[in-house]
Design a binder for this molecule. Sequence first.
Ligand code: KG4
Length: 336
Amino acid sequence: AIKMLTLGIESSCDDTAAAVLQDDCRLLSSVLTSQDSIHTRFGGVVPELASRNHLESIVPVVNEALARAEVNLKDIDLLAVTQGPGLIGSLLVGFSYAKALSYVSKIPCVGVDHMAGHILSVFLEEDKPEFPFIALIVSGGTSSIYRADSYTSFTLLGRTRDDAAGEAFDKVAKLLGFPYPGGPIISREAQSGTPDAIKFPRSWLEKDSLDFSFSGLKTAVLNHCNNEGQKKNPLQIADICASFQEAVVDILVEKTMLAATQQNIHTVVLGGGVSSNPRLRRHMEKRCQDEGNRLYVPRPAYCTDNGAMIAIAGVHQHRQNSHFSYDSDVYCRSLL
Ligand code: KG4
């Protein structure tokens, strides 16, 4: 059989990423440059700096992905690029680059929704789920629950009404004085804390709702810190981290179980940067066992933004004969 090679390009936020995928799941290379060191002194992603850095990185990152896969551009059959959601300036760099590359090299191009990439990143693993499944996608930009019926058909069941889960982690980390991105630091600190030391509120919203709200929890942590005074010993910090993390994990896990019950689906998939959180993975695994659900979680490197997941989503979209126009533009809110 003839091998199909897809070059996936991702630049929606602060990482420039590219990957070469053979057929629909064999990863030949995946390259990523993180801008964390640039944004950390500002306490979050600065959009203007992010786009400027994408401009500098995009060509070397794509060339590195091709080199590591030991292929040339002329071997590539399809370009898959993130079209949205994300920061407009960041998206524009990858999207314009891919359009231009497609135009001059006559390689077909598909614009991919970043959320489709996160939902499908689990297919980069050996152990693949079957459709339909429930997908919890939790990152710094979005927190949503989807029903996936095929590689190209997704139904949004619930989403955050304010902060994304990763955003809540990062903002709580910031108020505790940790550098950006604070999510991984909170999960590390939490290891030496007690999850039920502080009773932070869980916002369940209306009965049967699959939406999330994390802004009240964030404020509760802020109030707790203010009430207790500024001076904290390391153990108190660890307890705050563990108790905050437990509240987020509880909500994410129980809403995902509720979605599975409501849809009568017994396969659950995780994706997005926050799904590399060890407590979330363990707790979700346990609750899935209780409920008779099968859980599939990609390795942490596939959970965070990467080019491989964009390539996978692109291949399947291309097979559906999706139409691509050079007039099309990037978008900031997910269409899924
Ligand atoms: O999917 P992702 O790479 O891209 C964005 O949407 O930005 O997710 C990054 C997010 C950040 O908010 C980061 O703090 C969070 O995922 N994150 C974590 C952990 N690792 C990354 N949050 C909690 N626990 C972790 N271990």
